[in-house]
Design a protein around this ligand. Structure first.
Ligand code: FPP
Length: 250
């Protein structure tokens, strides 16, 4: 990644006042991308990393504050063992390889999900990367790994119930803010835009609470082919939306 560019590169047809602050992505279609070319599925995941790197750089260039990517869901453990093992090794390798560039670009990386179930060496690399980049002031890059939104909500309920049980808070203190703080995403702003590639119109257990008022954009493009122009189109579409948050316009 190059030294942070100014917003000069923002396409002229995009309104810089209406750039989403937080973009989330469901990177779907890696397997199909590979299969359609006669490659094993893992090649699709490798290409997927390149697409994610380009998107991160583009978000940074265009003034987006937070990018959250769904890398591995709690349901993904059900894939063939060799694919799961490949993905775990890939995450670790990518983290190790990209850390220097993330530091140079001032990227702050954070992992959200139940990280305790991940291989020890990956957990260690995650902890190291988060600690190293903790004080960076550039784009915040969240990687949802072993993430499932229902589990996240249950986890929040249990933490809050335990605080009530210990007398630290009262039931009357439970409100949206407190609940949100107990989610894996914590103090993060909610996504303004969720992009899903490969055409499926589902949230697939991703950011169910956080997406209450987020806009959803689905493209038939498979994830490894999702490039700057595709992102440009997604933002153009987003900027045409009338976001009312349940209210009416006067
Ligand atoms: C979905 O495609 C993709 C995944 C489950 C893995 C995505 C992970 C990456 C791109 C790596 C990210 C790495 C880091 C370190 C952040 P699929 O396999 O479900 O494709 P299909 O629907 O065509 O089968």
């Amino acid at each position: 990644m190059s030294v942070k560019q100014s917003l000069v590169e923002l396409p002229l047809d995009l309104d810089r006042q209406r750039i989403p602050r937080h973009v989330a992505v469901i990177m779907d279609g890696n397997g199909r991308w590979a299969k359609s070319r006669g490659f094993p599925r893992i090649i699709g995941h490798q290409k997927g990393v390149d697409a994610l790197k380009s998107l991160l750089r583009c978000c940074d260039d265009w003034g987006i504050e937070v990018l959250t990517a769904y890398a591995f869901s709690t349901e993904n453990w059900g894939r063939p063992t060799h694919e799961v093992e490949f993905l775990m090794t890939l995450f670790e390798r990518v983290l190790r390889k990209e850390l220097e560039e993330m530091m140079a670009e001032d990227v702050k990386i954070r992992f959200v999900g139940d990280l305790k179930a991940l291989p020890d060496s990956l957990q260690a690399q995650i902890a190291y990367s988060m600690e190293k980049t903790a004080n960076n002031k550039g784009i915040q890059f969240n990687v949802a790994t072993n993430y499932g939104s229902r589990q996240e909500i249950l986890h929040a309920c249990k933490s809050i119930a335990s605080e009530v049980q210990q007398g630290k808070i009262r039931v009357e203190d439970i409100n949206e803010e407190l609940f949100e703080r107990n989610l894996y995403t914590g103090e993060l702003i909610n996504p303004d835009l969720l992009i899903r590639t490969s055409g499926e119109m589902r949230l697939s257990n991703f950011l169910l609470w956080q997406m209450a008022y987020g806009e959803i954009y689905v493209t038939p493009t498979l994830w490894p082919d999702f490039d700057r122009e595709e992102f440009h189109q997604a933002l153009l579409n987003y900027q045409q939306r009338d976001r009312r948050f349940g209210k009416i316009k006067h």
